[in-house]
Design a binder for this molecule. Structure first.
Ligand SMILES: Nc1nc2c(ncn2[C@@H]2O[C@H](COP(=O)(O)OP(=O)(O)OP(=O)(O)O)[C@@H](O)[C@H]2O)c(=O)[nH]1
Length: 316
């Protein structure tokens, strides 16, 4: 375990090296956003799924515009990976952002106990919004929105498992941008008759600052290669050290915490047995040296973080 003396040696600010985030918003997202907005008038309630590890950051302002038009439930998903020790503070901040209805959930936990609470909440929200409530015999249409990779498809599949006893209707994947088809209408319940509109993950065209961009990338909403795996790994190391979360020391069997990403990635690469052979001229002939595969180590570090192996996370 690291002493607080060791913790004092760590960087207090991250050098983003003049990174630009503007190019992280691909064209297909703008198209998706436009289609979603056009479909809104047939929607009774919007379920916005967001990642509980970044409860405040990264929700797009354009989503929030839609919220004033339609009843809205914000579902903070992946709580199995999140450190929610400051839950009250998070709830308060979201209330200040006009989030009236909030729920915490995990879509992958066995028995879907969190997902079970969502439909009753939606029914309550609709019942308290008479202008949108139609009556028991009418179809209810819900739109599921959110940034990439937060679990929108997983939620829809969980609903289908639960209410229709059916398997996957929509593909799930660990990489962002799996859902490309816009607005597929999927029946998720017979009684009441409920349809869900699946939507592609859409990022804000204006990510407000580079730090938000890095947080989004750490939770997998932006593809790693757009940021650079080693750069992102460095940011992760910076964040873990700042929060004095030193589980990585034990996890990678290190001697002590470390603030130098290449040193750390080198250690992980050796642990994983990942090295590259490089031919070098030694002056008296050529020789083969083994260089740690830093990229493979960076990917492993990011994967371990995302799967919760380095402890529950809170990036806001
Ligand atoms: N640990 C954990 N993983 C989850 C949870 N919900 C979804 N996932 C995983 O997160 C990844 C993304 O899930 P999807 O349901 O495809 O996310 P999406 O929002 O539809 O993604 P896009 O299609 O990119 O917009 C998958 O690997 C899921 O298994 C959760 O509650 N906990």
């Amino acid at each position: 375990m690291a002493s607080s003396r060791a913790a004092n040696k760590f960087r207090t600010a991250f050098n983003y090296k003049g990174y630009e985030v503007a190019r992280w918003f691909p064209g297909h997202m703008a198209k998706g956003l436009g289609k979603m907005r056009r479909q809104l008038k047939g929607v009774d309630c919007v379920i916005e799924v967001h990642d509980a590890r970044i409860p405040i950051s990264g929700r797009t302002p354009r989503f929030q515009e839609t919220l004033s038009i339609r009843p809205h439930l914000l579902m903070l998903n992946k709580i199995d990976l999140a450190d929610l020790s400051r839950k009250r503070e998070i709830e308060e901040k979201l209330r200040q952002q006009n989030v009236e209805h909030l729920t915490f959930a995990s879509c992958t936990t066995f028995k879907d106990k969190d997902v079970k609470q969502i439909m009753p909440k939606v029914m309550d929200i609709l019942a308290s919004s008479p202008e949108f409530y139609k009556g028991e015999d009418d179809d209810i249409t819900l739109m599921v929105i959110g940034i990439p990779n937060v679990g929108k498809s997983s939620l829809i599949n969980a609903f289908r498992r639960m209410y229709l006893k059916k398997g996957r209707a929509t593909p799930v994947g660990k990489d962002p941008g799996i859902t490309r088809s816009v607005l597929t209408k999927i029946r998720v319940s017979d009684r009441p008759s409920v349809f869900l509109l699946d939507t592609p993950g859409v990022l804000s065209p204006n990510i407000p600052d580079v730090e938000t961009g890095f947080k989004l990338a750490l939770v997998g909403a932006i593809k790693d290669h757009l940021v650079g795996e080693d750069f992102l790994a460095d940011y992760l190391l910076f964040r873990l050290n700042r929060q004095e979360n030193f589980r990585y020391v034990e996890h990678y069997k290190m001697q002590e915490p470390c603030d130098h990403v290449l040193k750390m990635l080198g250690h992980i690469a050796v642990q994983m047995g990942k090295s590259r052979k490089i031919k070098m001229d030694s002056g008296t002939g050529s020789m083969i040296i083994h260089q740690p595969n830093f990229q493979a180590a960076a990917l492993q570090f990011l994967r371990d973080f995302r799967q919760g192996a380095l402890g529950p996370a809170m990036l806001d």
